[in-house]
Design a protein around this ligand. Structure first.
Ligand SMILES: Cc1ncc(COP(=O)(O)O)c(C=O)c1O
Length: 391
């Protein structure tokens, strides 16, 4: 008996689809309907008073719910709209005009993160991009060798988005700290499916978002900053919420808040925060350790089923080296993925990876077989052709 399947009734879309896309958009919890209605009711009935009755604090109170999942303490996480803003805000804390001007990242990072890193060349930053040799992962020795006394920040994924390979952040953090550099961990593809503890890792910054494994929907990214760094960091991406006394409306340069609020900027994205909380509550209640156990079992089974049919698997075979996604490459993979979606087997396609499939805690074992059997049937009957024709 899989007790986690009890949660299925909480996710309406599971009634009529095989939902294998939680690495991209986690299923919506039913209780989001209530939370978004609550948001509208509060706005309608409390009006301007809503700000002091909870809205103003929501980037921090929502961050507190997330903090439990990453091993942070209350008051150490703030909410942003997405990872790109979080990365820009963190990089804007540094001075890249001196000798220590290097940003180290790998060519397996999510492109949006790379774009932000590269944009800082306009402020003197120099990137060192560590290349993958196999498209799956990046050799640890190469990453460590790139980190030196000229490194300001290392920006690295905990789980690579394309291959689901897990990166061990520990040696990276140790090496960075040895030479006086900081580490910004992009944990989007791990939080909610691979356990993580920011205190144990001693990581300086962590960013991620809610769209995927956290089932929190779009518009809610999070930023953890190691508390002992707060007083040294003055983000240039800023705004009145980061001020020590925002309601004094003081003119001139900002005086930063002394707590995590110094990493905020302008007015927050309240509706997205209402929606995101439901996912965080559920993931915390289910427990990431349990989710991980099931994910290892189900992703192993998916790989087995794919290999039985001779499909190429672009994801590490070692379960401890991979996150929650399995990438399977077959001929015409993009068109096959489109046909799967048409048949209510929800997946996605990424160039260089293939069809990405991700079971989550709510997935039934038989759905794994069903997804692979559909791929087989689509290939056999050439049902992908209609999508080739459509371009
Ligand atoms: C590892 C990783 N980082 C970042 C993102 C997205 O960044 P943003 O929140 O800025 O859209 C994704 C996926 O969308 C991702 O997989």
């Amino acid at each position: 008996m899989d007790e986690l399947l009890e949660w299925r009734k909480e996710f309406p879309i599971l009634e009529n689809t095989v939902y294998m896309i939680s690495h991209s958009l986690g299923a919506m919890p039913r209780r989001v309907y209530d939370r978004l209605r609550e948001y509208a009711d509060v706005w309608a009935s409390r009006g301007i008073r809503a700000w002091e009755e909870g809205w103003w604090e929501m980037p921090v109170t929502t961050g507190n719910l997330l903090a439990r999942i990453i091993g942070a303490r209350p008051g150490e996480v703030v909410m942003h709209q997405n990872v790109s803003v979080g990365v820009a805000l963190v990089l804007s804390c540094f001075d890249f005009t001196g000798r220590r001007n290097k940003i180290v990242y790998t060519d397996m990072e999510f492109p949006s993160v790379m774009y932000v890193c590269e944009a800082f060349s306009g402020y003197g930053a120099r990137s060192e991009v560590v290349a993958s040799e196999d498209g799956l992962s990046v050799p640890m020795e190469k990453i460590l060798a790139a980190i030196d006394e000229e490194t300001q920040v290392v920006v690295i994924s905990h789980v690579f988005f394309k291959s689901a390979a897990i990166v061990d952040p520990k040696p990276i953090v140790e090496r960075a700290h040895e030479v006086g550099a900081k580490v910004l961990l992009d944990a989007y593809q791990s939080v909610g499916t691979v356990p993580i503890d920011v205190k144990e890792l001693d990581v300086d910054f962590l960013v991620g978002g809610s769209v995927k494994w956290l089932c929190g929907g779009p518009g809610a990214g999070y930023l953890y900053v190691r508390p002992d760094l707060w007083s040294q960091l003055e983000p240039k991406v800023t705004g009145w919420m980061a001020h020590a006394r925002p309601f004094a409306f003081e003119i001139g340069p900002i005086e930063y808040a002394r707590d995590i609020r110094r990493f905020l900027h302008g007015s927050p994205h309240i509706p997205a925060l209402y929606a995101a909380q439901s996912g965080y509550e559920i993931i915390a209640e289910v427990g990431v350790d349990k989710i991980r156990q099931k994910s290892i079992r189900q992703t192993s089974r998916l790989i087995e089923l794919a290999e039985e049919r001779g499909y190429r698997v672009n994801t590490p075979r070692d379960p401890h080296a991979r996150g929650g996604t399995v990438a399977i490459d077959v001929p015409h993979a993009q068109a096959v993925a489109a046909e799967l979606n048409r048949r209510d087997v929800l997946v996605d396609y990424r160039p260089g990876a293939g069809i990405r499939l991700a079971p989550h805690f709510y997935t039934k074992d038989e759905e794994l077989e069903l997804a692979i059997r559909e791929i087989e049937a689509i290939l056999e009957t050439k049902a992908y052709e209609r999508h080739l024709a459509a371009g």
